[in-house]
Design a protein around this ligand. Structure first.
Ligand SMILES: Nc1ncnc2c1ncn2[C@@H]1O[C@H](COP(=O)(O)OP(=O)(O)O)[C@@H](O)[C@H]1O
Ligand SMILES: [Mg+2]
Length: 234
């Protein structure tokens, strides 16, 4: 469904992604794990086309998307949930959710979208009139995910959704991602939380200094000595 081929990306003179190739098949949860500054967010931003300084090819559903504008990528159903949630703190939960549906793809169905998101995430319904700035970390992440769902995604990209959350809340978010997969949405997840995100993954990649170092099923990587030593401290 999504294929990155030989991506090299640059910020000015500095190269971040190095000959990076990966594939996401329809219906999969793919996890990309890597340390801080490995290039995870840059990779997602290349796909979303909010970063454009890269070479290589990106294909989505059989068509090149690496020359499209960010809004055109969204229209194709490729939606990125940004690192750090990026909600509007002075807008309500409902207003933040509605902002997720400001594209042609989802505008028509905005009301149905909201009902769908509330049925999927009832906690957000309870909080709909509350300012997003007053949510707990876990609720804010749910709101960011809800906003992503409002865009009616085919493939949803998560950028470190577990960042800063208590372990029990991380489990809740991972469960939610699993349920999103069950709804038929394909998932590309980048994480530093190796254990939980590999448990969830159908397949996974390890990225180090902008390069793919390892790939395999979630279980294979969880059991790999390299991953254990470098990321799990065992
Ligand atoms: N807008 C930018 N301008 C210059 N350098 C950047 C920019 N964004 C990220 N970087 C650098 O690119 C590298 C990869 O960053 P990033 O993709 O954010 O990694 P990760 O998401 O894995 O933590 C880091 O060294 C970071 O400092
Ligand atoms: Mg990042």
């Amino acid at each position: 469904m999504l294929r990155l081929s030989n991506i090299n990306s640059y910020y000015g003179e500095v190269q971040v992604l190095r000959d990076l190739s990966l594939e996401v098949n329809k219906g999969e949860v793919i996890t990309v794990i890597g340390a801080n500054a490995a290039g995870k967010s840059t990779m997602l931003s290349c796909i979303s086309r909010t970063v454009t300084s890269f070479t290589g090819e990106i294909e989505f559903e059989g068509e090149r998307i690496d020359l499209l504008r960010p809004d055109q990528v969204v229209e194709r159903g490729l939606i990125q949930i940004p690192e750090g949630r990026l909600l509007f703190p002075k807008l309500t939960v409902r207003e933040n959710l509605e902002l997720g549906a400001y594209n042609k793809r989802s505008r028509a169905g905005r009301k149905e979208g909201l009902e769908y998101v509330y049925s999927f995430l009832p906690k957000l319904k309870e909080r709909e009139g509350q300012m997003a700035g007053s949510l707990s970390g876990g609720e804010a992440q749910m709101c960011a995910i809800g906003r992503g769902l409002m865009a009616n995604p085919i493939l949803l990209m998560f950028d470190e959704p577990s960042l800063g959350l208590a372990p029990i809340v991380v489990l809740e978010i991972m469960e939610l991602i699993k349920n999103i997969q069950k709804e038929g949405v394909t998932v590309l997840l980048v994480e530093q939380n190796v254990r939980q995100s590999l448990k969830l993954a159908d397949r996974a990649y390890v990225i180090e200094n902008g390069r793919i170092l390892l790939e395999g099923t979630g279980t294979e990587l969880l059991n790999s000595d390299q991953v254990k030593k470098a990321y799990l401290g065992i």
